[in-house]
Write a protein that binds this ligand. Structure first.
Ligand code: GLY
Length: 233
């Protein structure tokens, strides 16, 4: 995959393939960025972890069929981790696989969910039980889009950046300590931290795409987090 950092609209004009694109997104993104979503055919999925389900996937397949999507259709997921997980899984399986790309709109998505080719949905309260490894053609990370994110969501993403620093980038860890809360006020600092975290993940995934060994490092905090989510709904 190629990662593009910058203004989503401009980058998409350059990187989308010729032919038909269908967007998969959620209502929030459609409300905030209608000019981006509505220039293509689009499918809206629900918000929240409970919507990351096989029922949603089946509904999206049906909508794709109704829109006449075929093997030449390009799927563009625009959203956070829930949208990109669903869009990636749908794209990997509809008609045995369509090409796809993402515009990642949350910090958490930019540094983790959209990178590395994992996709999938939850089954019976178990997170990410069904899915595939399939790399998107591209991921677009537009830090300007983070302006509309609630602080809590920024912190959730920053926790992933700290995780990446703990795993493999002591220099990033020091920078984060130095910036402290101030990082949220500086688009440049956020972008630099985001890119460092992406590099940590990209290097690990390049070595171990299928999580046979070192990719497990990326689950630092996740395994416990999944258990807490399961026990507390
Ligand atoms: N979210 C952990 C991984 O992509 O491996």
């Amino acid at each position: 995959s190629t990662l593009y950092v910058g203004r989503a609209e401009e980058i998409l004009e350059r990187v989308l393939p010729e032919g038909r694109t269908i967007v998969i997104t959620d209502a929030n993104i459609d409300r905030l960025y209608p000019h981006l979503v509505r220039r293509y055919d689009y499918i809206i999925v629900g918000q929240g972890e409970v919507c990351k389900s096989l029922q949603t996937v089946e509904r999206v397949y049906r909508e794709l069929m109704a829109l006449g999507a075929d093997r030449s259709t390009f799927i563009l997921g625009i959203g956070g981790g829930i949208v990109t997980d669903i869009a990636g899984f749908v794209a990997a399986t509809y008609m045995r696989g369509l090409e796809f790309g993402f515009v990642s709109t949350t910090l958490l998505g930019q540094v983790d969910a959209s990178i590395g080719g994992k996709n999938g949905v939850n089954v019976a309260d178990y997170k990410n039980m069904v899915g595939t490894f399939r790399q998107p053609r591209f991921v677009v990370a537009d830090v300007e889009m983070l302006r509309t994110l609630p602080k809590r969501e920024l912190r959730a993403g920053m926790a992933e950046v700290v995780k990446s620093a703990i795993i493999a980038d002591a220099d990033l860890f020091e920078r984060l300590e130095r910036c402290g809360e101030g990082i949220y006020d500086s688009v440049e600092d956020m972008q630099e931290a985001m890119m460092s975290a992406v590099m940590v993940k990209a290097h690990i995934v390049a070595e171990d795409e299928r999580e046979k060994g070192m990719r497990r490092l990326l689950n630092l905090g996740h395994t416990l987090g999944h258990a807490i989510e399961k026990c507390t709904h």
